[in-house]
Write a protein that binds this ligand. Structure first.
Ligand code: MN3
Length: 258
């Protein structure tokens, strides 16, 4: 009984301390920012991405480089939280189970995807889901490099004419994907760039892909990626995604893939 009382008091003090901190933070921001933050934050109490841990297994979750609420202007915090801590995490845990069930020992996700038995539904969905989401969360940033530079920019210009034209083709691929899936920018085996799209959690590394290649940019067009904020307006989400797309990371992916 006494222990219980003590625990309650400790929790009470912690809560009090936390709410003081929150007030202090709000008070130090300018009036405009306070209004904006209050509107958003009071509606969406979100957790901490660092608390998200996969079950023990071959693959683990890749740490998020930003908070759930840091892309708020474009992708709301609740969507980010559910997407990262429920969907992405779910794919990882189910992938680890599927690997065990399929007696696959490899810890190389690219090799697993390239040699996938497409009839193995559990492995196909969850290996794809793991890889695709790892890429997706990694190429977004609250402080993105807004345009490609250097070698990737030259390659994009030579292939598509301009970055604007590439984004138009990517958004088009995403908008036209019927049901759930992904839009991709890939590096093909011959080093050339291509835009493609896949259904569900498939990706261009898998056997039989319409356009085969290594993805360096992937846009999730499942409704769970945007429905809370954009509902049926996938095209508006695609536009918003372009505002948080970090070309610095895409350039790094390109260096590794080419
Ligand atoms: Mn998703």
């Amino acid at each position: 009984m006494k222990k219980g009382m003590l625990l309650m008091s400790v929790i009470g003090v912690l809560f009090f301390a936390q709410s003081c901190d929150a007030k202090k933070d709000a008070a130090t921001t300018t009036t405009n920012e306070t209004v904006k933050m209050d509107t958003v934050k009071s509606e969406v109490p979100v957790g901490n991405p660092t608390d998200v841990k996969a079950d023990p297994g071959t693959f683990q979750i890749k740490p998020l480089k930003y908070g759930y609420d840091e892309l708020n202007e474009y992708i709301d915090a609740k969507t980010m939280e559910i997407h990262y801590s429920k969907h992405y995490l779910g794919y990882i845990n189910k992938l680890n189970v599927a690997l065990k069930d399929s007696n696959i020992k490899s810890n190389d996700i690219v090799e697993i995807l390239k040699t996938l038995d497409m009839k193995n539904g559990a492995l196909r969905n969850n290996a794809g889901g793991y890889y695709n989401h790892m890429l997706y969360f990694d190429i977004m940033s609250p402080t993105p490099q807004k345009v490609p530079t250097g070698e990737l920019k030259s390659k994009i210009d030579a292939t598509f004419g301009s970055t604007e034209e590439l984004m138009k083709q990517l958004d088009d691929a995403g908008a036209k994907r019927f049901g759930s899936g992904w839009a991709w920018l890939v590096v093909k085996a011959d080093g050339s760039l291509a835009v493609t799209s896949t259904a569900n959690q498939d990706n261009p590394l898998m056997p039989g892909a319409e356009v085969a290649g290594t993805p360096i940019l992937g846009i999730d067009v499942w409704e769970h990626a945007y429905y809370l904020k954009y509902q049926n307006k996938r095209d508006e989400y695609l536009k918003a995604f372009n505002s948080v797309l970090d070309w610095k990371q895409v350039e790094e992916n390109y260096r590794k893939a080419k």
